[in-house]
Design a protein around this ligand. Structure first.
Ligand code: ZN
Length: 333
């Protein structure tokens, strides 16, 4: 089990009171330390991505803009997305973690990789940093893999729609993008009818969830839509955008999941590809205890193929019409 993280991620500060704060990564580390698996991790310090790797996804103009703000000591990209003097380097190291994970897994050095990174990436579109995200690290990893002839499924379980990742691969038939997310919620995209365009028609799957949704609806969506869709796509690699902000205690969303649910969902997802081809990226998650618990649950699945529930799985939330709608749109059952 490969674990990529870097102290420099702690130096990226988006401003006083910002929910995407360094303590998030300290909470993840706390979850590792109190789990049974801290000793089992093969801990690696990532190297920064190259500009060429960033430009597999983002145009030079965006790379230059982010670098320029970083070199100037920081500044505001949009209302929510703020950089300081460490942010550019942190973002390059976040993208680099995914690339290092691909190299290490390809070399047979581990069964899975977890990239405990900041800033997150899934809201960054090809041309726009937004939503706390500068570069789309998961997308850069996926594009690197498809450049080598691989087929990649990206499953985004963050509470927010992964609009950036969807945008980047909307017309790409070699990447299946799946997002389960709260709706309505930021950034507003991710309707069930958004299924791809051009050669990529059918390789985007959105399952929006109403506020209050509990784990049973996620499990239903996995069983009836997500897992059958992945099986028919037949990916060779799996990238998971693991935001833990769907936790019921998260302060900026309204879903009803627990760390037990996250462990359960990861356990269902991992077997869709062979071991050695699974990379997990930390995306959002803003309650520190929920982050620690969810990290612990994730590690139990990744290291031990068992789910140790720091919290029980949840049931009893509202039903989601989007599951049946997605089944119909994607010809599943
Ligand atoms: Zn999120």
């Amino acid at each position: 089990m490969l674990w990529f993280s870097h102290d420099r991620y702690l130096d990226h500060v988006a401003g006083s009171g910002h929910p995407e704060r360094p303590d998030r990564l300290r909470a993840v580390a706390h979850g590792v330390a109190r789990s049974a698996y801290g000793e089992a991790l093969d801990r690696r310090e990532p190297t920064p991505a190259t500009q060429a790797a960033i430009e597999l996804v983002h145009p030079t103009g965006l790379y230059d803009a982010v670098e320029t703000v970083g070199l100037a000591g920081g500044g505001r990209i949009d209302a929510d997305t703020v950089m300081n003097d460490a942010s550019f380097e942190a973002a390059m190291l976040a993208a680099g973690a995914g690339l290092n994970a691909i190299e290490a897994l390809t070399a047979g050095e581990g069964d899975h990789a977890f990239c405990a990174v900041r800033p997150p990436g899934h809201h960054a579109t090809a041309s726009q940093s937004m939503g706390f995200c500068l570069f789309n690290s998961a997308a850069i990893a996926a594009r690197t893999l498809t450049g080598g002839g691989e087929r990649v499924a990206i499953v985004d379980i963050d509470a927010h729609h992964g609009n950036g990742t969807q945008d980047i691969f909307y017309a790409d038939p070699d990447v299946l993008f799946v997002s389960l997310h709260q709706s309505p919620c930021y950034p507003g995209s991710g309707a069930v009818g958004e299924t791809g365009t051009g050669d990529g028609v059918g390789t985007t799957l959105n399952v929006p969830m109403v506020p209050g949704t509990t784990g049973d609806a996620y499990r239903q969506a996995f069983d009836q839509v997500v897992l059958p869709k992945i099986e028919s796509f037949a990916p060779t690699w799996l990238i998971i955008s693991a935001g833990f902000d769907g936790h019921r205690n998260d302060p900026i969303t309204d879903l009803g999941l627990t760390s037990g649910d996250y462990g359960d969902l990861l356990a269902r997802l991992l077997p869709v590809v062979d071991n050695g081809r699974q990379i997990v990226f930390l995306e959002g998650g803003y309650d520190l205890e929920a982050l620690a618990d969810s990290t612990e649950a994730a590690l139990s699945v990744l290291c031990d193929q068992t789910v140790t529930h720091p919290e029980a799985v949840t049931t009893g939330g509202p039903t989601n019409a989007s599951i049946a709608a997605a089944m119909a749109l994607h010809d599943l059952g």
